[in-house]
Every structure is written in structure tokens, then in C-alpha cells.
Design a protein around this ligand. Structure first.
Ligand code: APR
Length: 320
């Protein structure tokens, strides 16, 4: 059987890391795409030259023309610009909205059957916009945020409890970053829910609250350290897990920004919810009952996402 084709749209820090992981895991042939000439070609060649050393077979190529992504099975979108000092939220939205238009149209023309994973920020609005511009089926377009937010949460919990990261599972809902809604009662250490661990004296509620806040601020913490860029290893690993679940029909249950069709009382918007990802793309959105307090946090998060989507509609009415 022919190898799967993975198109990485945006060949910056996350795009390059995605290519490296995809090649090392032999997920398929990789095409790196970017508007900057030379960068996707250079990264593709560099990783291809490493492949005899790590001993995996994938073809890696770079492209500056959308024809290069033709027939891709998966597209992972990191194209865009980061927010720079002095740039307003609307400036950033305006720029990345234009990028989503170009990318959405490129995918629609050359890879209309792909499963598309959007990583570009502000995530929940960008994944919605890309779907609008591409007109791909909603179940084939998702945003990567929850896997990253829950990975950060899991890491901090593993550190706090001094247990393996493998034994920590975390459940998050809502928009990416500072409005993320962690669900403590569904987050566990080997099946023991966090509120029980507080009762057992393993940690305090205060410590747990600090961990949750650190998770919400996780992206900013990395930016503060790196100074010239944002996180790329953990975002890339997170997107790869989603791509792998689709390509191998694993049916992982992963928190993703997915389109809602009535679940959680919402329609026609992308927000972070637990999903089953398999060969059918988003095969199911899992709807759980929320306590009044959780619902209030979720509504706050949804309000922030709606604000961004409305701002996009104001900037480019053709998206609506
Ligand atoms: N089409 C294709 N690529 C583009 C376009 C476009 N219209 N506009 C910009 N790019 C490319 C840039 O040339 C750059 O190589 O997107 C790449 C972005 O890479 P980085 O700036 O290194 O950003 P990265 O750290 O990879 O993050 C990408 O993911 O997590 C989010 O907030 C992050 O929105 C950002 C995105």
C-alpha cells in the first residue's frame, strides 16, 4: 500500500518539528509547505539526510506552491504569524485570518479529502475560519489545543504527585489557553480523581489551583523563557497524536477544538471538547453533564471564543 502523505502547511518551528517526528515515526511521506522560499526545502533535506541514521523510510520534500500538497491524507496547519509586541489582538486576527483564507482555499483545491488539524493561534477562531474558507466537511477539520493543554496539566500533576506521567490523565474543555476549563473530577492518577487525592492529603486544593493556573498560562510561560518564539515541541507532539489516531484509525479519545452541532447547547462553533478521532475524522463529540460551576467556566470560555469569531466576521465578512 502506498504510504500516507502528510502536508505540513507552515514550516516554522512547529512545522519543522512535526516533520522530524513524522519521519522518525514513519507516519508517511512528508511535504513541508511555506511562503518563504528555501526554508521548507532546507528542513526537508536536513531531515531526509538524517533518515539513514535514524533508519526510517519517508520521502521528505519542500514546496512553495500548493500543488505540492496534492492528495495529502493529513494537513497540519501552523502557518501564520505570532503576536508581536505592540500588535493588537485584531491586528493578529486580521493577518492570520488572511493566512487561513489562503490555506483553506489551497487545501480545498489540492487536498479536499485530507483530515486537517489547525494549530495556528488564536486557535478556536482560526480553525473555524479555515473550515469556512475551505468548506471541507466539519468532521474533517479540527483544532489542536486540548491535547496540549491537558499534556501541560498532566506534566505538572506528575511532578506534584511524583508519579509517572503515564499514570496521569487530565480532562479539559473549552477554548485554548487562559479560558481553558480543567475538569478536576475527571482528571485522575491511575483512576483516582483529583478531588479524592486532595481528601487523601496527597495535595491541597490551593496547590491544585496553582497547577491549574500554571496550565492556563503554559504558553506564556514558555514565551517568557524563549523570548523570541513560542512553544513548539509539545504542540508538535500533540498534533502528531491526533494525526496518528486518524491515520491508524485508533479511535483515541482526545480533547480537540471540534465543530458543535447542538452538543453542550451550542451550534456552528468550534470549541474544545472530548472527541473520538478515527478514520472518519471526528467520529463523535462526547457530551458530559457539567456541574453549575463547570458550566459557568465553560460559558465564560465559549464567550471568549465567540468574541474572536465575531471579530473575524467584522474584519472579513466573507468568512461568515
Ligand atoms: N502560508 C504558508 N505559510 C505561512 C504563511 C502563509 N500564508 N504565512 C506565514 N507562514 C509561515 C511562516 O513563514 C513561518 O515559517 O508560517 C510559519 C510559522 O512558523 P513560526 O513563526 O516559527 O511559528 P510556530 O512557532 O511554528 O507557530 C505556528 O502555531 O501555536 C501556534 O501561536 C502559534 O500561530 C502560531 C503557529
Amino acid at each position: 500500500m502506498a504510504r500516507a502523505k502528510i502536508a505540513l502547511i507552515g514550516s516554522g518551528m512547529i512545522g519543522g518539528t512535526l516533520a522530524h517526528i513524522a519521519a522518525r515515526e514513519e507516519l508517511g511521506d512528508v511535504i513541508l509547505f511555506d511562503v518563504v522560499e528555501g526554508v521548507p526545502q532546507g528542513k526537508a533535506l536536513d531531515i531526509a539526510e538524517a533518515s539513514p541514521v535514524f533508519g526510517r523510510d519517508s520521502a521528505l520534500k519542500g514546496a512553495n506552491d500548493y500543488a505540492g500538497i496534492a492528495g495529502a491524507d493529513v494537513c497540519i496547519v501552523t502557518a501564520g504569524v505570532p503576536r508581536k509586541p505592540g500588535m493588537s489582538r485584531d491586528d493578529l486576527l486580521g493577518i492570520n485570518l488572511k493566512v487561513m483564507k489562503a490555506v483553506g482555499e489551497g487545501i480545498a483545491q489540492h487536498a479536499p479529502n485530507a483530515f486537517v488539524i489547525v494549530v495556528t493561534n488564536p486557535l478556536d477562531a482560526m480553525v473555524w475560519a479555515l473550515r469556512q474558507f475551505s468548506k471541507l466537511p466539519h468532521n474533517k477539520v479540527v483544532g489542536m489545543a486540548g491535547v496540549l493543554d491537558s499534556a501541560r496539566f498532566r506534566y505538572f500533576l506528575a511532578e506534584e504527585f511524583k508519579v509517572s506521567v503515564e499514570d496521569v490523565s487530565a480532562f479539559v474543555l473549552g477554548g485554548h489557553g487562559d479560558t481553558m476549563v480543567p475538569l478536576a473530577r475527571y482528571s485522575t492518577i491511575a483512576g483516582i480523581p483529583l478531588p479524592d487525592l486532595v481528601k487523601m492529603g496527597w495535595t491541597s486544593q490551593e496547590k491544585l489551583d496553582q497547577i491549574i493556573q500554571r496550565t492556563r498560562d503554559g504558553g506564556a510561560e514558555i514565551v517568557g523563557l524563549l523570548k523570541t518564539g513560542s512553544a513548539f515541541y509539545a504542540p508538535a507532539e500533540s498534533a502528531i497524536v491526533m494525526a496518528k489516531s486518524y491515520l491508524r484509525d485508533k479511535k483515541r479519545v482526545l480533547p480537540c477544538a471540534a465543530n458543535l452541532t447542538g452538543q453542550y447547547g451550542l451550534n456552528d462553533m468550534y470549541v474544545g471538547v472530548p472527541c473520538i478521532i478515527g478514520a472518519g475524522g471526528v467520529e463523535k463529540v462526547i457530551e458530559i453533564a457539567l456541574s453549575p460551576e463547570e458550566r459557568a467556566m465553560f460559558d465564560h470560555s465559549v464567550g471568549a471564543v465567540k468574541g474572536l469569531v465575531d471579530a473575524c466576521k467584522g474584519i472579513d465578512p466573507s468568512v461568515g
